[in-house]
Design a protein around this ligand. Structure first.
Ligand code: ADP
Ligand code: MG
Length: 252
């Protein structure tokens, strides 16, 4: 059984338009991969299809997490199996406090009949909030409700830290963050890097990858991975722009 998040020849559409057109990608456990690509290339679609978003229909291909068929699982089962997605546009959940949301998510991961240790839970949550520079008042506020763009992104990282996933996708977590917040978020991610976890970091800009240094960089265009390289590929893209890759494709 392979220790990776493995996507093979994935095809998916939204409202009868095919967005993912045979995408393949493998993230071995322990590695951080980045996907860069122009807006509209399907990066968020890829992350939502893997998470199990109901708006997207998979018409071909497979996704395996440590050998398990992820597409066969319901959205909550994927999460409990160890998959996490930090959304580009995090959802607001009015009426549910951040603390209760995280507590329920953690409780759902315990074996039947086992009760969460509330004292230990709060202690852990506060320590992680401190690490992310989040004020305690965010525990009592409704999930993402009225949060600024940057506060939502930090909250996504808090959720990731509390859920301790095996594989995490961060979809443009850098957007809406100023440089100080970006560094704090990157530190949070880097503190979770481990041989037991894989990351896919989606970003439009190279800047984030100065702080979360990837093992592998992929370029996505029109629903497919069109180029793969080392971390220097991100610098090359920053310098030459995405047109460089798409022009190369037109020639090939
Ligand atoms: P990226 O994240 O790379 O900017 P997206 O995955 O958000 O790209 O979008 C890829 C394409 O799919 C775009 O043309 C977008 O308009 C379309 N798309 C994505 N989600 C939806 C949706 N829910 N309804 C209609 N079109 C969508
Ligand atoms: Mg996107």
């Amino acid at each position: 059984m392979s220790n990776s998040l493995k996507i093979e020849n994935l095809h998916a559409s939204v409202e009868d338009t095919e967005i993912l057109k045979g995408l393949s990608l493998e993230i071995p456990k322990g590695e951080v991969h980045a996907i860069m690509g122009p807006n509209g290339s399907g990066k968020s679609t890829l992350s939502k299809v893997i998470a199990g978003h109901e708006d997207y229909a998979v018409s071909g291909g497979t996704v395996h997490m440590d050998g398990e068929d992820l597409l066969a699982l319901e959205i909550d089962e994927r999460s409990r199996a160890g998959f996490f997605l930090a959304f580009q546009y995090p959802h607001e959940i009015p009426g549910v406090s951040n603390a209760n949301f995280l507590r329920a998510a953690r409780q759902a991961r315990l074996p039947k009949g086992e009760e969460i240790d509330a004292v230990a839970f709060y202690k852990e949550m506060y320590a992680k909030m401190d690490e992310l520079g989040m004020d305690r008042k965010f525990t009592a506020r409704s999930v993402n409700d009225g949060f600024s763009g940057g506060e939502k992104k930090r909250n996504e990282i808090l959720q990731m830290m509390m859920l301790d996933p095996k594989y995490a996708i961060l979809d443009e977590t850098d957007s809406g963050l100023d440089i100080d917040a970006l560094k704090i978020v990157a530190q949070g991610v880097n503190s979770m890097r481990s041989p037991e976890r894989g990351f896919l970091v989606i970003t439009h800009y190279q800047r984030l990858l100065d702080y979360i240094v990837p093992d592998v960089v992929h370029v996505m265009h029109d629903g497919k991975i069109v180029k793969t390289g080392g971390k220097d590929l991100a610098l090359e893209l920053e310098e030459k722009g995405y047109d460089w890759v798409t022009e190369e494709l037109a020639v090939a």
